[in-house]
Design a protein around this ligand. Sequence first.
Ligand SMILES: *Cc1c(COP(=O)(O)O)cnc(C)c1O
Length: 464
Amino acid sequence: MKYISTRGGIAPVGFREAVMMGLATDGGLLLPEAIPVIDQATLASWKELSYQELAFQVLSLFADDIPADDLRRLIDRSYATFTHPEITPVVHQDGLYILELFHGPTLAFKDVALQLLGNLFEYLLHESGQKLNIVGATSGDTGSAAIHGVRGKENINIFILHPQGKTSPIQALQMTTVTDPNVHNIAARGTFDDCQNIVKALFNDLAFKEEYSLGAVNSINWARVLAQVVYYFYAWCRVSGQETEQVVFAVPTGNFGDIFAGYVAKRMGLPIDKLLLATNENNILSRFISSGDYSVGTVVSTVSPSMDIQVASNFERYLFYLFGEDPARVRQAFADFAASGRMEFTEAEMAQVREEFLTRSVNQAETLATIEAFHKGTGYLLDPHTAVGIKAAQDAVASDRIAVCLATAHPAKFGEAVEKATGAAPPLPTSLQGIDRLPSRCEVMDADLEQVRRFIIEKCRVQH
Ligand SMILES: *Cc1c(COP(=O)(O)O)cnc(C)c1O
């Protein structure tokens, strides 16, 4: 399997190289040259597999340059850190299926991908004898999951920028209380988009990227998308009665990484009727799907901070397919967007979008009301991100369809919002008990490219 760039400017690379490259060197995102299609018989044969076995089947289609035994070992090690034997169990509540993706070390779905990515990096670096400096921006969950994915691993440093004060208190603690010497937290005075722009600029400086061996863990890394494809298959295998049964997946969306993994699963032949893209008030993607209006607004802080994003980095991957896999059209669209803050789509393209997606934008009052009503009706606690998807599914999916809602975080991770909605703080899982009393380390600075660059250089120099 070879990987190409959405911008068409690189020679095809293998999976190993794609993982280490992160963002493509032409500024685009990496995608498989062709997405493999699974036939009905194969899909049927996957129904009884464990999560790890299923992950092996899916991953080996895309990672054919890693020996099978090594891949199995990497998968087993990655999911041994999860506290549920099924890794991503499906529960049924109030007529909806809920795919619980929060049983990993940081209690959010990003662990599913980042536990694997951390082990993949370690494996590939060990083989090549190289070092890696991971640089990433986070609105909260990516950073903590990435840090937990690589803490203490050899030949890896990690630098994570987060917008100061704009993550939940627990999210910040899950990052800053990891004091392993290879972990460097940066709290920037700015928004998540500011942080992400700094990271993009560092990666676009090819000389710097090369000299300091920068690597990405943001959802732009193909291996993350790939790891997330697995649980769409897993959930479908748990909920569908027949091989052809169509399912709607409701996905609380920020950077479009999670839902893009669902799109890949759909293209692989998984019977997905529609992908329901659920946003909070930061609804550029909802406006795009419902009316073709793709124009940036300003970022609003909400009770679902991991979705407080305007420009979704993985959206470019979807555009590549929407534009008929034409890199010139992708380049043109981004040039237009840079110039005018808008992107234009044809009628045919918008018809295609509506064929594949449903969408709802759910505001904060609705989110809190959903947490409260769902808890009253079922006793089940939703985190505010999950609640956005649940509300979207309640509104947009007919009751005779099968809807699977992705539960992207544990309610205790966003306890303040849950308490506001229900009147009681959610019980803390063991991993969070006493976390506010642990020692912590974090560097506060302006959202300024050069300050961040100097900090990275300095930390790398200290180690030599
Ligand atoms: C990251 C995150 C999201 C958004 O996922 P994307 O892949 O960025 O669309 C939703 N909910 C939670 C809890 C998250 O951490």
